[in-house]
Design a protein around this ligand. Structure first.
Ligand code: FCB
Length: 479
């Protein structure tokens, strides 16, 4: 690291625009996000039990090149340096996740205090550097012992999750203000139990819908527990997607978009924020399950008050009606619906780049869900960057992606959306689930043989955005 330590506050102190470009409101939170399994490593240290991702990544053919999170970025041991780096970049808030199997190796029962100690040290280190911790309780690493008893397809897991939330709160609640229950239950349910592309690798539509419900119930039970224990800010992070009909004038395409919007967005948002599953989704689920798991009172529990909704955004979806098309494995019951391949520029994930879709999504969430305060808890892009001979990582494409999406956030703010902050995904390159280490999302480059960290150009660009609390006047084009 060669950068100088900056001393300015994270927001423009005077409140006056520091640049001629878009300026963000005072107090807008500038953050960076990671997740336990993707960065910590130390998979068997200090009493951590196995999670479904340990099992899945060891199953041949599931993860690119057989990569696992055993070592990852060694953040478990290098967290002090990583926090120092964040402080140097001016990052005001850090979204990290707690590994459930570190706290409870079997998912229930005895607490592993050595696991708790790690998050205690990390939290203190952050606070000492003036960085506000935002905790996610579940970023996909379910204890394997719970999966062996049915995982998210059974009610016991939702109940165990609330008990685990309480353990984490008891230790960290005096210092952590914002508690996020789940990260992207869409992925946990549909990729974990529907298409099987993620752990635990189950391929059963009925199981996917049971998982949707028990994840939401787990959220509701944990939210109630956290609130009773005194938590001030409770949230959940979803990955709502802007779903567009390919031809907006085609009634069939509009209908296809409504179905996908239901499966992707409303099936989570409505019970959380309106207290009921949408009628069309109840009907849709009945094609696969008798809904025996849906008990009286569950929807009330799921709709426990939320203080902020986390939004992870990467790309929009375009769908059309095409009779004869097989259902997408991660979207049960979408026979006859075609998902369009990306059009125009894409990232290394082959994800379409369309920042205006983020503005539209934020406006829609604001309009349809009572102006709930929103936080972008993830946004970013993968590119195959490597240091040049001079050691510098010139990731101009990532800068253009972040710049475009931050302008989109600004447009939403100008339209009256209550957007509180932005967390870049990710602080550093890490284990990208089924893609292993092949996809690099970091604003900090990680050399996996030496564990050396190098702030990419995008990190320096972000540092400047934070310092100004605003963007340059002109949009950043790819170089
Ligand atoms: C999200 C995940 C996050 C990361 C990004 C690229 O779905 O929450 O862990 O993998 O995608």
């Amino acid at each position: 690291m060669t950068a100088t330590v900056r001393t300015e506050s994270a927001t423009a102190a005077s409140g006056a625009p520091a640049t001629a470009g878009p300026h963000f409101p005072d107090g807008f939170v500038w953050g960076a996000a990671t997740a336990a399994y993707q960065i910590e490593g130390a998979a068997t240290e200090d009493g951590r039990g196995p999670s479904i991702w340990d099992t899945f990544s060891r199953t041949p053919g599931k993860v690119v090149a057989g990569h696992t999170g055993d070592v990852a970025c060694e953040h478990y041991h290098r967290y002090r340096d990583d926090v120092a780096l964040m402080a140097e970049l001016g990052i005001a808030s850090y979204r990290y996740s707690i590994s459930w199997p570190r706290l409870q190796p079997d998912g229930t029962g005895p607490v592993n205090t050595r696991g708790l100690d790690f998050y205690d040290r990390l939290t203190d280190e952050l606070l000492a550097k003036g960085i506000d911790p935002v905790v996610t309780l579940y970023h996909w690493d379910l204890p394997q012992a719970l999966q062996d008893r049915g995982g998210w397809t059974v009610r016991e897991t939702a109940e165990a999750f609330a008990a685990y939330a309480r353990i984490a709160y008891r230790r960290l609640g005096d210092r952590v203000r914002t508690w996020t229950t789940l990260n992207e239950p869409w992925c946990s349910a549909y990729l974990g139990y529907g298409s099987g592309r993620h752990a635990p690798g189950v391929t059963d539509p009925a199981a996917a819908f049971a998982a949707v419900h028990h994840l939401l119930l787990g959220h509701g039970l944990a939210a109630r527990t956290l609130r009773a224990a005194g938590a001030r800010q409770i949230s959940i992070t979803l990955n709502p997607t802007a779903v567009y009909p390919v031809d907006p004038d085609s009634a069939a395409d509009v209908e296809a978009a409504r179905l996908v919007d239901g499966l992707h967005n409303r099936i989570f948002l409505d019970p959380l924020l309106r207290g009921r599953y949408p009628a069309d989704m109840i009907e849709h689920m009945r094609r696969f399950t008798d809904l025996a798991w849906l008990r009286d009172g569950d929807e009330k529990l799921i709709s426990a008050p939320l203080d902020v909704l986390g939004v992870n955004f990467y790309q929009p979806a375009y769908v059309s009606a095409r009779p004869g098309t097989a259902a997408a494995a991660d979207s049960p019951g979408t026979e006859g619906v075609a998902f369009r391949d990306p059009v125009g520029p894409v990232t290394d994930m082959n994800w379409q780049i369309e920042p205006a879709a983020l503005t539209r999504l934020l406006e829609r969430l604001h309009r349809d869900y009572h102006g709930i305060p929103l936080l972008i808890t993830e946004n970013g892009a993968a590119y195959p960057d490597e240091p040049g001979l001079d050691g510098r990582v010139r990731d101009a494409e990532r800068i253009a992606y972040l710049d475009g999406h931050l302008r989109a956030c600004h447009d939403a703010l100008s339209a009256g959306v209550d957007l509180r902050g932005y967390f870049v995904w990710s602080l550093m390159d890490n284990f990208e689930w089924a893609e292993g280490y092949a996809k690099r999302f970091g604003i900090v480059h990680v050399d996996y043989t030496t564990q050396a960290r190098v702030a990419k150009d995008s990190a320096r660009w972000y540092q400047e955005v934070i310092r100004r609390n605003g963007l340059p006047e002109h949009a950043r084009a790819e170089e």
